[in-house]
Every structure is written in structure tokens, then in C-alpha cells.
Design a protein. Structure first.
Length: 176
């Protein structure tokens, strides 16, 4: 049986505003933590979720030429692996859903952009709509955020925010 992991020491960076916890040094040393913190984007001292979503845009640009099937499979893998990545990092640093854990924003943004026409308008619009759903968390997103814990809980609210955002974006493109 494995021993529980003690929380990581933290750097002298400014505290993360969402959790009032400092960014753990381990994000620069542990590859799993580095991924959970969105390749370092979650270490932003303010608005780490926004910076994490912004960091997801280049990944979307790399994935956009793929077939819908390939895009969907990779996005699904990002979601499934994210449950473990976020859960492990959260457990290691001793903070559930630390504001700097933004892998879930990557997944949510990729879901938002599923099957949308490729344009700067869709990229920016998807970013804005996803951030609105992620920040304000209308029901049932807020319920999931409060009731489901661990890696699944960290991922699930952003996955649902991505689904809602995708539906809104498709509706907007259909109306325009």
C-alpha cells in the first residue's frame, strides 16, 4: 500500500487568486504537474483559467486540419487522461482543483471548437463563450463542480461547459 503524498513546497511566486495558494514548484519539475498546469500557463498570477484557455488555442490550431473523427478521438483522450493528470496533481499538491490546474480548460476549449468552421471569429468567439460558461457555471455545471470530486470532478464541469459552449457556437453560426 502506498504512502499518502505530502503536499509540495511552493515557490515565492504570487499566490494564485482563485485558490489563494501559491503555484507549486513541482509544476516545473514533474511532467504530470506541468501538463496539469497547461504547460505552465496555469502558473499565471491572475486569471489562470483564462491563460490556460488561451494556451489551448495553439493546440486547437494544430488539431484543426484533422478529420472530425481524429479530432474527436484526440479530444476524448485528452479528457480521459485529464481525469488522471488533474487528480494526481491535485492529490500531490494537496489542493483540490487548484486554480492553476488548467488541463480541464484545454479539454473544454477543444470540445467548444468541435466541428465549427475554421475562422478567427470562431476561435475568438469560442474562447469568449467557453470562458463565460466556465466562469459563471450555470446549472448543472455548478452542481457538478460542487458535488463531483477528484480528477473526474476537476474535468467534468469544464467538459460540460465545453459542450454547452459548442452548442451555443453552432447555434450562433447557424443563425448568422
Amino acid at each position: 500500500m502506498s504512502q499518502p503524498t505530502k503536499p509540495e513546497t511552493t515557490s515565492n511566486d504570487k499566490p494564485n487568486k482563485k485558490t489563494n495558494k501559491q503555484t507549486p514548484d513541482s509544476i516545473w519539475k514533474n511532467p504530470v504537474h506541468f501538463l496539469a498546469f497547461g504547460f505552465g500557463s496555469g502558473a499565471a498570477p491572475v486569471a489562470p483559467g483564462t491563460f490556460g484557455t488561451l494556451a489551448a488555442v495553439p493546440l486547437f490550431l494544430l488539431m484543426s486540419p484533422l478529420s472530425l473523427w481524429a479530432y474527436a478521438v484526440i479530444t476524448l483522450l485528452i479528457c480521459l487522461v485529464g481525469v488522471w493528470i488533474c487528480g494526481k496533481t491535485s492529490s500531490d499538491i494537496g489542493v483540490h482543483d487548484h486554480g492553476g490546474i488548467v488541463w480541464d480548460e484545454f479539454a473544454g476549449y477543444l470540445i467548444t471548437m468541435f466541428a465549427l468552421p475554421f475562422s478567427w471569429q470562431s476561435i475568438v468567439g469560442g474562447f469568449i463563450v467557453f470562458r463565460i460558461f466556465d466562469i459563471f457555471k450555470p446549472w448543472p455545471i455548478k452542481w457538478l463542480d460542487q458535488k463531483v470530486h477528484g480528477g473526474l470532478g476537476i474535468m467534468l464541469d469544464d467538459i460540460l461547459a465545453g459542450v454547452f459552449s459548442c452548442l451555443v457556437m453552432h447555434l450562433l453560426f447557424w443563425l448568422i
